[in-house]
Write a protein that binds this ligand. Structure first.
Ligand code: BGC
Length: 385
C-alpha cells in the first residue's frame, strides 16, 4: 500500500474515530503471554499515530490469523479488509479467512491458522459455543485469542474481546422508536413487531435486551401492542441473521395479523440484514402506513432504504475504528505490554469475565447520515446512489 493511500485511510479513520469513538476511559490489563517478544516500538502506535508503515513494529513479520464468519454480509467484508490492510501496514503477515457461515469450515480454518504458525488469532465466530475444542489447542500452543465483535463462549482460551457496546446498540434502537412515536406523550396505542438475530451469536441477546429494556414498559402499559404476540427472544430470533428467514417470518406475521388493514407503527429489527427481509415482506404484502424500521450496520442497501424512506434508522458501527483498536491490541500482546481495555465487568463467557474494549455505536438516520457516512469517508456519495 502506498504511503499516500495509507495516510488517507488513517486520516479518515481518525476523523471517524472522533464521530464514533471508542470509550476514552480505558483501563489496562496485563497482556496474555506474548507469543514472541522483540524490543522495537509497538505496531499499533505506528499504525494509529503516523501514516508510515511500521517496518519496525514489535512482532513485525509474525503471522496473525483473522477468521471472519461470512462474505454474505457487507460488514464482514469491510471488517476483514480493514483488519488485513491495517495489520499489513503494521508489518504483520495476515491469514484472513471467511467461512461461509459454516461452523466446521471455521473450525478447520482456525486449525490451519494454529498449525500454520499464527502468533495471535482474531476471531469473529459464527457460533460462539462451537470453538472450545479448537481453541484448547491454541491455548496449548500459547497462542492468544481476541474475540472480534462476537464473544466466544465457554472456553478459557479467549484472552480479550473487542466489540461495539452491544447493549447500547439495542437501547439506541429502542430509544429511536420511543422518541419517533413520542411514546411518553402520544395517546397510542401503537402496533409494533420484533425481529432479532441469530441465537448462536452472543450479541443478539444484548441487542434484543437493550431494545426491550426501553420498549417493555410501554408494552406493559398497553401503549405498544405486539399483535402477533411474538415477544420472546427464541421466537423473534433469525437463524444466521438471514434476510430471507426474516422475510418469511414477517410475511406470516403480516398475513395473520394485519390483513384487516391495521397499521404496523414500528418494527424493531436488530440489524440491517433482518430489516431488509422485513422491508421486502412489507413491500410485497402490506398496504398500511409504513412503519418505523430499525437496523444496524449502515449497510449500503439499508442506507439506500433509509434515503428512500423504507428503513428509518440504522446503527453506525465504524468498522475502521474496531479494526484499529484490534490491531493495537495485537501489537500490545506481541510486545508483552498491558493491553488497553475499557470494560472488565460485562462480558462473561462462561469461564469468567473477558477483558473487553467496547467502541461506541451511534445511530444514523436521514438527518445525519451524510455527516456520519459520507463526510467521514466511509462511503462515497456515488455508492449511495
Ligand atoms: C454483528 C452485527 C451484524 C450481525 C450479523 C452481529 O454479531 O454485531 O453488526 O449485523 O452480527 O452479521
Amino acid at each position: 500500500m502506498s504511503k499516500k493511500f495509507l495516510g488517507i485511510l488513517l486520516a479518515t479513520a481518525m476523523v471517524a474515530g472522533t464521530l464514533v469513538g471508542c470509550g476514552s476511559t480505558a483501563t489496562t490489563e496485563t497482556a496474555a503471554p506474548a507469543a514472541s517478544t522483540e524490543t522495537a516500538a509497538p505496531a499499533a502506535d505506528a499504525a494509529a499515530d503516523t501514516a508510515a508503515p511500521a517496518a519496525d513494529a514489535v512482532g513485525a513479520g509474525q503471522k496473525v490469523g483473522v477468521a471472519m464468519p461470512t462474505k454474505d454480509l457487507q460488514r464482514w467484508n469491510q471488517d476483514g479488509a480493514n483488519m488485513e490492510s491495517e495489520l499489513k501496514a503494521a508489518g504483520y503477515e495476515v491469514d484472513l479467512q471467511y467461512a461461509s457461515n459454516d461452523v466446521s469450515t471455521q473450525v478447520s480454518q482456525i486449525e490451519n491458522m494454529i498449525n500454520g504458525g499464527c502468533s495471535v488469532l482474531v476471531i469473529a465466530s459464527i457460533d460462539g459455543d462451537s470453538l472450545g475444542t479448537v481453541l484448547a489447542s491454541a491455548k496449548e500452543k500459547n497462542i492468544p485469542v481476541i474475540a472480534y465483535d462476537r464473544l466466544i463462549m465457554n472456553t478459557d482460551a479467549v484472552s480479550y474481546y473487542a466489540t461495539f457496546d452491544n447493549y447500547m446498540v439495542g437501547t439506541k434502537q429502542g430509544e429511536y422508536i420511543r422518541d419517533e412515536l413520542d411514546l411518553d406523550n402520544a395517546e397510542g396505542p401503537f402496533n409494533i413487531e420484533l425481529t432479532t438475530g441469530d441465537p448462536g451469536d452472543n450479541n443478539a441477546k444484548f441487542f434484543f435486551n437493550g431494545a426491550m429494556d426501553v420498549l417493555n414498559p410501554y408494552i406493559d402499559a398497553g401503549k405498544l401492542v405486539v399483535k402477533s404476540g411474538q415477544t420472546d427472544f427464541a421466537t423473534v430470533a433469525t437463524a444466521n441473521w438471514a434476510s430471507d428467514a426474516a422475510q418469511s417470518r414477517a410475511e406470516n406475521i403480516v398475513s395473520s395479523n394485519y390483513a384487516d388493514g391495521s397499521n404496523i407503527d414500528a418494527w424493531m429489527c436488530s440489524n440491517d440484514s433482518t430489516a431488509q427481509g422485513v422491508v421486502a415482506a412489507l413491500d410485497a404484502n402490506y398496504s398500511g402506513e409504513w412503519p418505523i424500521i430499525t437496523g444496524q450496520d449502515c449497510d449500503i442497501v439499508s442506507v439506500k432504504n433509509m434515503i428512500a424512506g423504507k428503513q428509518a434508522m440504522s446503527i453506525f458501527k465504524d468498522t475502521r475504528t474496531l479494526a484499529s483498536q484490534v490491531v493495537k491490541m495485537v501489537g500490545q500482546i506481541l510486545a508483552g505490554q498491558d493491553v488497553e481495555v475499557n470494560d472488565t465487568a460485562t462480558y462473561d463467557n462462561g469461564t469468567g469475565v473477558i477483558p473487553s474494549y467496547l467502541c461506541e455505536p451511534v445511530f444514523a438516520d436521514i438527518n445525519n447520515y451524510k455527516e456520519l457516512l459520507i463526510d467521514s469517508g466511509y462511503y462515497t456519495e456515488d455508492q449511495l446512489q
